[in-house]
Design a protein around this ligand. Sequence first.
Ligand SMILES: [Zn+2]
Ligand SMILES: [Zn+2]
Length: 267
Amino acid sequence: MIDFHSHTNFSYCADKDIDLSDYKKEIDKNPILDGVCITDHGMSIYFPNEVAWTWEFIRNEYVLDQHIDKGNARLEEYINLFSEYKNSSIHCGLEVEMSENGRLIYDPFYRNRLIPLIGSVHFLFSSKKYGFSLCDILNEWTYHTERLICSGIDILAHPFRWICGQSPVDYRLVEQIVKCAHKEGVALEINGHNVTLPIYDADKAMLNIAAEIGAKVSFGVDAHRKENIGDFSYHMKLLNDCGLNIRDINLLSRKELYEKHGRQLAT
Ligand SMILES: [Zn+2]
Ligand SMILES: [Zn+2]
């Protein structure tokens, strides 16, 4: 099994002592874990801590321009870490947000060295906190998420996590997002980190619809600490609760991801 989404201490929200060597150790001893794509947060790589958590880069893309040179230097430092792990089934990806006007928060110059590129909604200003109505929150989120799906990402990370914290999510909305991702060839992620009951319900609907129409699905552990590495228990439980077998879903493979980008699969 491949984990397409996990973190190291390059991400502010991960433990300070988790790094690539921990993933190598787990891959070496855990027969279930065939490989891991590390997808640290672009916002942690591009912005200092105090800038990142203001989320100002979401509504003002010039925050990215201000930090682009230092951010790119740090991104290269991050990418270079992987050369030591070339034959270890540890791969270099990135997790990014998108600004309100549709720009992914990183430098696309590095795109072909970041596979997968996963897109996430972690924060929107159109939220309860800023006094928006439920109707406006849902409309803004749907518009933003569909635009994110069309932005060139490989995987839509934890598709319903943010909106589940804002509003009830009905079956029709899940179906709309699954169909949009399917049409664009973007994988829908089952993410095992910080799952609440509303997220579980949305994931269940998402997995059932994806299985029915053959939409691509990816598994992300979203490890932030050593104990999480290689833990697919949520993914297995969800499959089981949906009455599905792993062969019933169109699970993303690294081979097809690399073929999509015209690259040879490294061993
Ligand atoms: Zn995330
Ligand atoms: Zn993550």
